[in-house]
Design a protein around this ligand. Structure first.
Ligand SMILES: [Zn+2]
Length: 152
């Protein structure tokens, strides 16, 4: 075919019957959407209530110190070592540690010390929350033993 020749149909277009619905459209329920969408699902609302109750049960009287042993500030946040993004529970006490705002932010950047102290847990970690909490307690105790023996 010559390149400058326009493309042409070999068969003519046929007139077809227009498509018809076999069943007519029916008016269904009320489509009024005047109520705003909820900011959180019922499930998430309940989860947050449970988390609040857990926090109050864990720290009934006052703000605990930040769990990072070299910090010394009071905690602002509860941090999940197995993060919510990694499938971690936000209502499991063994997956909640108090942190100051600065260390909570710092842990977001996944520092090595976070994993060493079990304040961060990989998504593929198969330990139970209780096992993680126990390993964290041991790692923190070891840190204190190594760093504070000369102080006492
Ligand atoms: Zn801190």
């Amino acid at each position: 075919m010559k390149r400058n020749q326009p493309l042409r149909r070999k068969t003519a277009l046929k007139a077809k019957k227009p498509l018809e619905r076999k069943t007519p459209l029916r008016a269904t329920g009320n489509l009024d959407r005047s109520a705003p969408l909820p900011k959180q699902s019922k499930k998430r609302q309940q989860e947050n209530r449970d988390r609040h109750a857990m926090k109050n049960a864990m720290f009934p009287d006052s703000r605990p110190p930040c769990i990072v042993p070299w910090c010394g500030l009071l905690a602002d946040d509860l941090h999940e070592p197995l993060t919510r993004a990694r499938g971690g529970s936000i209502t499991e006490p063994d997956n909640a540690v108090p942190t100051c705002r600065g260390h909570n932010d710092e842990l977001t950047n996944e520092p090595a010390w976070g994993y060493e102290l079990h304040l961060l847990v990989h998504a593929w970690d198969r330990r139970t929350y209780a096992e993680m909490a126990e390993d964290r307690r041991i790692a923190l105790a070891r840190w204190y033993a190594e760093h504070l023996e000369e102080a006492s």
